[in-house]
Design a protein around this ligand. Structure first.
Ligand code: SF4
Ligand code: SF4
Length: 239
């Protein structure tokens, strides 16, 4: 946070709002009780603007902008909820469901999954795209954790927490587009990784059932991402 950042005023959903110029639209919305859906964003990790669910309208441009990486500017007019945004967000959710196998009834995260919760809250009822369902493996080689690529939405929260908070850099993304996969070390079995500290941070921040802990109740995993803002503040020497 930049202590000398200027204060800017702008409109959000018709309300006059004051914010620091180094705050993103998403941060300002959250501070003002305005809900913007997100999946790849997680407070305490760097923002990547990858999932596009947090797109908002800005009056000066016809393009939608990702609110997690767009900063507040003097005089801007932001709309966080509209018919256009609602349709767009549902389409994005449908694409997640079309790309890999998200059959909630047989998923370890059923009932605590952020993707599942958003489909309910945003009103997604059908998938209007052909299902791809690629044949992707499950890596259960780690003595404590499981990585099921079928449930992965490539939000990279696990990659970022492993690099930015744990400092292990065990996880990464391999290839591009539909063939993208989360890998451990040099694309080897997770169980043979020499860099993994077995801290479990990646499992705690995963929004779906892609990462899970062997023999642990799913409900125990759900609340633990709260450690992130705390660790980030401590690392910067602020409490
Ligand atoms: S358990 Fe910790 S070190 Fe291992 S991959 Fe996950 S976050 Fe990285
Ligand atoms: S394994 Fe989980 S946290 Fe990692 S990219 Fe996939 S969905 Fe996101």
């Amino acid at each position: 946070m930049n202590e000398s950042a200027r204060i800017v005023t702008f409109k959000m959903d018709g309300r006059e709002i004051g914010a620091r110029e180094d705050e993103t639209i998403l941060q300002v919305a959250t501070d003002n009780g305005i809900f913007i859906p997100t999946l790849c964003y997680l407070e305490g990790l760097s923002a990547m603007g990858g999932c596009r669910l947090c797109m908002v309208e800005v009056k000066e441009t016809s393009k939608l902008v990702p609110s997690c990486v767009t900063y507040a500017r003097e005089g801007m007019e932001v709309i966080t909820n509209s018919e256009r945004l609602a349709k767009y967000r549902i389409m994005l959710l449908e694409l997640f469901f079309a790309e890999r196998n998200h059959i909630c009834a047989i998923c370890v995260a059923n009932g605590r999954c952020e993707l599942q919760n958003l489909t309910v809250n945003l009103g997604m009822t059908h998938v209007h795209f052909p299902y791809f369902y690629p044949r992707v493996p499950v890596d259960a080689s780690h003595e404590r954790f499981v990585l099921d690529h079928n449930r992965c939405i490539l939000c990279t929260r696990c990659v970022r927490v492993c690099a930015e908070i744990e400092g292990a850099h065990t996880l990464d993304v391999m290839t591009r587009g539909m063939d993208s996969r989360i890998i451990t070390d040099l694309n080897q079995a997770w169980g043979s990784s020499v860099t993994c500290t077995r801290c479990g941070k990646c499992v705690n921040v995963c929004p779906t059932g892609a990462l899970s802990e062997k023999g642990k109740a799913v409900a125990d995993i759900a609340v633990k991402k709260q450690f992130l803002p705390y660790l980030t503040r401590m690392r910067r020497g602020k409490q």
